[in-house]
Ligand binder design. Structure first.
Ligand SMILES: Nc1ncnc2c1ncn2[C@@H]1O[C@H](COP(=O)(O)OP(=O)(O)O)[C@@H](O)[C@H]1O
Ligand SMILES: [Mg+2]
Length: 527
């Protein structure tokens, strides 16, 4: 992590106007990655402004408005002004972007004439620009005399030959096209149309190999042909084994609807919340999404064992390079994860403690994390950092009573920061049996049929509420393996009995044990 202090003035000093424009523009794109709907407002305001309404001298260049066109056409003082809004302590990014949108509807004649080529010094004393890890910067005293930044990559047809060029274009295209400038503008727009926001490559470190983001069609990534998955997603390719990317389970069975929703949330910077009974495969689902896409995953169990120092960080005694003992702040799970392109899996979030939920709130909004423990240090999220939560409930407590001892009613403030709720159901039994067959290829058909029936009846009891302890495909697979080993020696019936005794009976309470015995008796007497 670099902690370099970036000073806007030094950006201007060290770069030509075009490069400085690009650095500030990239900073804004990165920081406002999670606010696409706010950009829609800005684009709307810009589209309705004088700038695009024809009379304005710059309006031609803004004929079609988009986020990137607006940013491309902003010069350094304009960009600095926006960054200044973004870094105003009294404003959230949300509010800063709204203020910016207002610039387009502002009646100030200066603004309308000059915007977005502001050539007045923005009211700036201090600009805080931080790159990679967050750092403070100094004042820009003077934003006024940069050279006008050219629209990068734009072509301007020389006015004296525009008419002639248009005549030729019309002749060359049989009248289909007649405005060279409009055509060139369109070319520039299309060229710039980002696949998504261009993501940086990941530098190799001691444990992590070099990684590059690659856009791919989700159907190809998951080997599933389905219209819901026919869209581009971000994936990562690594030069070697990355220990933070989960291992692929080729037998994993994806539910296409759920997969779509989670991928959509990742692509759109939304937080998803997976809800479902124990053993429906919520945690494995996210791990497999990461395994197939190459995303790094950091999993944290949000049950009560996790304390704020684990999560945020704490002062720790360390030995420095010269062998001296020093106290230094050691980042916790959250700031570590935030600075990487990764999925932070908040497992069992409905058991989270209120103080931890509180720390997470700004981060769930895509905002930087201010760590009071470390003198107010600010950690900015990586632009490809995502949060996914899993839970047995949707945070509103558990009326069924199944999870009541572990689950707390979470505050709306926490839940509202998740937008994509995904209901994960148990695999259907025939799919589950496919997994059992893979785990235990020599299992006899009779034994497989008995296990299938047992699981079917048991699950029904669980969903009805007559059985309190859930069983997952993890149980089913173990039962299958155990039986396939034993059935040749003691027969199918006894093997199944023993397997259920070993894997289920001994872990359930007395009531459930009676139910299990009942199902077992019925099954083994039938055959
Ligand atoms: N769709 C699936 N395909 C393959 N295995 C699954 C699937 N769903 C669940 N499993 C298996 O079920 C077990 C429980 O999954 P887990 O992710 O721990 O559930 P949860 O987090 O919902 O409690 C795991 O062994 C997992 O491999
Ligand atoms: Mg889980």
């Amino acid at each position: 992590m670099s902690n370099s202090y970036l000073n806007v003035q030094s950006i201007l000093d060290d770069n030509n106007a075009r490069d400085a424009q690009k650095i500030l523009r990239d900073y804004i794109v990165r920081e406002t990655h999670h606010f696409e709907e706010k950009w829609e407002t800005i684009v709307l305001c810009a589209g309705n402004s004088e700038l695009v309404n024809g009379d304005h001298p710059n309006s031609r260049a803004m004929k079609s408005v988009s986020k990137s066109q607006i940013l491309d056409r902003m010069n350094v003082p304009s960009l600095a002004m926006l960054i200044n809004y973004m870094n105003m302590k009294s404003l959230s990014y949300d509010e800063a972007l709204l203020l910016f949108a207002n610039e387009f509807v502002n009646n100030d004649p200066d603004c309308i004439v000059n915007w977005p080529f502001v050539d007045v010094t923005p009211e700036l004393d201090t600009i805080y620009v931080s790159r990679e890890g967050g750092a403070e910067v100094e004042a820009v005293e003077d934003g006024g005399d940069e050279a006008e930044v050219e629209v990068s990559g734009a072509y301007d047809v020389k006015p004296d030959i525009a008419a002639a060029a248009n005549v030729l274009l019309r002749a060359a295209t049989g009248g289909e096209m007649e405005d060279l400038q409009a055509l060139l503008d369109e070319v520039v727009t299309l060229r710039k149309k980002p696949d998504a926001i261009a993501l940086p490559a990941i530098e190799a470190s001691g444990e992590i190999p070099f990684g590059a983001p690659v856009r791919k069609n989700a159907q190809d990534v998951f080997g599933l042909q389905h219209p819901l998955l026919n869209f581009e997603i971000n994936t990562y390719e690594w030069s070697g084994v990355n220990p933070l990317v989960p291992a692929k389970d080729e037998d994993y069975i994806f539910n296409v609807d759920n997969l779509h929703d989670v991928l959509w949330a990742l692509e759109n910077g939304e937080n998803s919340w997976l809800t479902g009974h124990t053993g429906t495969g919520k945690s494995t689902f996210i791990a497999q999404v990461c395994a197939f896409t190459g995303y790094m995953m950091i999993r944290v169990n949000m049950d009560s064992a996790i304390e704020r120092p684990d999560f945020v960080g704490s002062m720790a005694v360390m030995t420095d390079a010269d062998g001296n003992t020093v106290t230094q702040f050691k980042d916790g799970i959250l700031p570590k994860a935030m600075q990487q392109p990764c999925v932070l899996l908040l497992d069992e979030i409905d058991a989270v403690r209120a103080d931890i939920a509180y720390v997470m709130q700004p981060v769930l909004e895509g905002q930087p994390l201010r760590m009071l423990e470390d003198g107010g240090r600010v950690v900015h999220p990586h632009m490809d950092f995502h949060i996914v939560a899993t839970a047995n409930t949707t945070g509103a407590g558990d009326s069924s009573g199944m999870y009541a001892s572990a689950v707390k009613v979470q505050s709306r403030a926490l839940i509202n920061r998740f937008s994509t709720f995904v209901d994960v159901k148990y695999l259907n039994i025939s799919d589950e049996m496919k997994l059992v067959r893979v785990a235990a290829p020599s299992l006899s058909d009779d034994a497989a049929a008995m296990i299938e029936e047992f699981v079917g009846v048991y699950r029904m009891g669980f969903l009805d509420g007559t059985i309190a302890t859930p069983i997952s495909p993890r149980n089913t697979k173990v039962i299958g393996k155990y039986v396939s080993n034993l059935e040749e020696r003691i027969g199918c019936n006894d093997a199944v009995r023993r397997a259920l005794q070993m894997n289920v009976m001994l872990t359930v309470d007395e009531c459930d044990a009676i139910a299990v015995t009942g199902i077992m008796d019925r099954l083994t007497n039938q055959s």
